[in-house]
Design a protein around this ligand. Sequence first.
Ligand SMILES: [Zn+2]
Length: 184
Amino acid sequence: MLDRFRRVGALLEGHFRLTSGLHSPGYLQCALVLQHPAEAEACGAAIADRVRSLAPDIVLSPALGGIVIGQEVGRALGVRAIFAERQDGRLMLRRGFSLQPGEKVLVVEDVVTTGGSTQETIDVARSAGAKVVGAAAIIDRSGGKQRIDVPFHALATISLPTYETESCPLCAEGKPVMKPGSRA
Ligand SMILES: [Zn+2]
């Protein structure tokens, strides 16, 4: 899985300044893999194989990152796929999307960094009265340190820590920092 990411430049290793301003030894951009429909379909099918025994009724993803992979997992499982999005900073269901009380929800994301947005999406489902049976992502970049309170499956796990500039060990080594997306 990670080789597939490296091949299309979706996983770069070195010393990067991320959009957040934090520094990291790795840059991960799932959209570069998911732009290829065959790759997106394969990732969706692989996740579906791992979660099928949870028997979800519906897939719920956080926008924007989770939408494409959520759709593919829903397709592979033969269930609906909807997404939650932010309004005034709060994640919620819009566009007429709804969950039924007791409906079994699988939360799907592209990348889990700390697990924060996955947990927030789980909370959206629970506050609608649905039952969250599991969560899944293509990549867990927390190195397995995420805290998600339902069974969690990732196709690949990698440890890509982030650092404030002042405490970045790569800066301390004097390694030049790159901004991903720019042609350097
Ligand atoms: Zn640095």
